[in-house]
Design a protein around this ligand. Sequence first.
Ligand code: SF4
Ligand code: ZN
Length: 309
Amino acid sequence: MRCSLCKKDKAVIKYRHSNMYLCADCFKKVFEKKALVVLKRAGVLRGSGKLIVVAVSGGKDSLNTLYVLHKYSEIYDYDVIALLINEGISGYREYTIKGMISLCNKYKIEYKIVSMENEIGFTVDFATELYKKRKIRWKPCTVCGVFRRYLLNKHAREMGADFLATGHNLDDEAQTILLNIFQDSLYRVIQADYISREIVPKMVPRIKPLYYIYEKESVVYALLNKIPAWHIECPHAQYGMRADIRRFLNKLEDLKPGTKINLLLSREKIIQKTKSLKMPMKYCEICGEPSTHEICRACQIRNVINKFL
Ligand code: SF4
Ligand code: ZN
């Protein structure tokens, strides 16, 4: 098939929901334009000298985000620094760290690695062992997610970030919407779309440059740009509900292309209608970080796990 835009080159990707085919060059332009739309809407390009800290895991999505933001930083006036939280997941994290270092070295991007074990006192592997022995009730992904978000916000803020960019793509977002609905967390559904909706002191605004980009597009973009992403799955992914939702949504998208984007569009409409609904933001009585509870989730989990150290 020929590209639907330039009508010249051979297509490398097909968009089923719009029945469009794109060649490598047109696809890259479309991909980058979608990221630029988020940057513009989020106000990243307003003014000058802003700092974007990119939360990097070393997978294709976060490395694509870093690559695109770095590319635009050569045109627009902002700086980019990569930040990776090493949660201590052996057989996984050590490989993805290599991917980030290799991309940063190639494009001379500054980076920082924070060890969860040094900062919090234990690793996700350790918490997983406790979960398997039924000593704690939190699944590995809960512990991992809570502390990753906690450390990303804390370090991005200390680095002076104006924005914290994450690599969430359209598929991740569609899964998260359903996950939160299934867990009766409406606040989480409306808390953020491509940018965090509530800006409170000590909380760095989050942006998701890949918000309108399908997982499939992210795979193709990484391949075309030779992004050194490791195709390796976390050994703890099996404990989460996300994998089931992912399969379910992929099946639905297959049957009815456009299902995932429709979920995102519905959320944007709900956000518009619920602007007055505010998250009851407080500051943790123990660590002082922003939280919806008196004691933040990180401190709640830490208090329990500390007993086993
Ligand atoms: Fe963390 Fe779960 Fe992702 Fe593994 S799958 S990196 S434990 S959130
Ligand atoms: Zn706390």
